[in-house]
Design a protein around this ligand. Structure first.
Ligand SMILES: Nc1ncnc2c1ncn2[C@@H]1O[C@H](COP(=O)(O)OP(=O)(O)O)[C@@H](O)[C@H]1O
Ligand SMILES: N[C@@H](CCC(=O)OP(=O)(O)O)C(=O)O
Length: 394
């Protein structure tokens, strides 16, 4: 069964309603000439709960991507659908809520998806490979360097890597949960020229797609999203993040130097040819370290450090590390290495960072100099609480 793209009646669509007069013109031609593209496809357009994987939708997508690959563009496909594809074979009537059944369904469905991709790309002489990533792979330099090396080699060999989250071993605590943001980080990791997010809706609309909603054809920055009602998942019932995570992912990419396009899976071929489809997020920021992108947009925050005024100025204005002397209170249960939020006395969030001490160790250190702490508590207590290299302002 093919899942249908949501297309708003033509008379209801007012193209180009957002771009300001002086906004740069949306340049979708990057897609036609790109050297390397990350394409993400959602469960909603590949699968249905009853019918499992849609042969027709998957083949149409594989045809478009293989054509692009054979024309010389390196393609990484981030494909959702493992959990949805595992439902029918397990006799499950709806998407499970508990982690263990999601893990089981993904374990069944991932193999089925790969079998279909192998066959559909193979018809064009293109080899695919499976790459399962976890959120942790983006946190440590050694791990993402390792993933990058493998992806680069696969691309050099002409392969289309098919990436998904390693759902079978992912835990609640550390999980992307949605592949949109995973795709943004993969695009960043491999220095892609563009990110394409494919779903069951042909573009972002200024409200949940229905008669009267208007297509947004270009987003030049967060100001273009003001007043836009970005909703959750569509009626297919197989997606997870809805438009919210697609806009987040496109924003992460565009803010770190990679333009992004949001459109439907049926528009894949037109999108890759640079045609005027979907919503184009043009670049509005420069490249950032992968770890910091993770911290800014994805890490789950385990605690809060309340900073005094001097520490707020040091961290926010002078871009320095956070010392114990500048912390006035600690909230939450966290371990050394966890992500924490730094807030002012008034509760304004200033920054996020990876903390060097656990919540149990910090109270005795507050308000004291590192020299004093080193002398009294021993070496290991003379370090900063959050190093500037592990900190992002928000
Ligand atoms: N403002 C909006 N513009 C476009 N689509 C939206 C909007 N708000 C909510 N949606 C919904 O987002 C859905 C796509 O997200 P989702 O179901 O998670 O798909 P996927 O499985 O492709 O990730 C669409 O079906 C659409 O109904
Ligand atoms: N990793 C999960 C997909 C999670 C997800 O992001 O789904 P979707 O919103 O359809 O892109 C799976 O393969 O089922």
């Amino acid at each position: 069964m093919t899942s249908k793209a949501v297309t708003v009646p033509a008379e209801a669509v007012v193209p180009d309603h957002r771009p300001a007069a002086d906004a740069p013109s949306p340049d979708r031609s990057v897609l036609s000439s790109a050297r390397r593209i990350v394409v993400k496809v959602g469960s909603s357009s590949l699968t249905s709960i009853k019918g499992g994987i849609s042969e027709e939708a998957l083949t149409e997508l594989a045809d478009a991507l293989a054509h692009k690959r054979n024309a010389g563009t390196e393609i990484i496909l981030v494909s959702s659908g493992a959990i949805a594809a595992g439902l029918a074979p397990l006799g499950l009537a709806k998407r499970p809520r508990d982690l263990a059944t999601q893990q089981a369904a993904a374990s069944v469905g991932q193999g089925l998806l790969m079998a279909r991709y192998t066959h559909a790309f193979g018809a064009h002489g293109v080899t695919v490979s499976q790459v399962l990533l976890t959120a942790e792979d983006f946190m440590r330099r050694s791990q993402h360097t390792n993933a990058l090396r493998a992806l680069d080699r696969l691309l050099n060999l002409g392969v289309v890597p098919v990436v998904n989250e390693n759902d079978t071993v992912a835990t609640h605590e550390i999980r992307f949960g949605d592949n949109d943001r995973l795709a943004a980080l993969v695009a960043h990791l491999v220095r892609a020229d563009a990110l394409v997010l494919l779903s069951d809706v042909d573009s972002l609309y200024d409200g949940p797609p229905a008669h009267g909603a208007r297509r947004i054809s270009h987003v030049s920055g967060p100001q273009d999203l003001e007043g836009v009602a970005i909703g959750r998942t569509g009626k297919a019932g197989t997606g997870t993040g809805g438009m919210v995570t697609k806009v987040e992912a496109a924003t992460i990419a565009a803010g770190s130097g990679i333009p992004a396009l949001v459109t439907s899976t049926g528009n894949a071929a037109a999108a890759l040819a640079g045609k005027d489809v979907g919503t184009w997020f043009s670049v509005n920021g420069s490249r950032k370290p992968v770890r910091l992108l993770w911290l800014a947009h994805l890490a789950s925050v385990e605690g809060t450090l309340v900073l005094d005024d001097g520490a707020v100025m040091a961290v926010r204005d002078r871009h320095t590390s956070l010392l114990p002397a500048g912390i006035s209170a600690v909230h939450g249960q966290f371990e050394a290495g966890d992500a924490v939020e730094m807030v002012s006395f008034e509760g304004t969030v200033i920054a996020r960072g990876l903390v060097n001490y656990g919540a149990a160790e910090l109270p005795q250190m507050l308000g004291r100099s590192t020299r004093e702490l080193g002398r009294e508590l021993g070496r290991g207590y003379d370090r900063v609480v959050v190093h500037v290299d592990d900190l992002v302002l928000v």
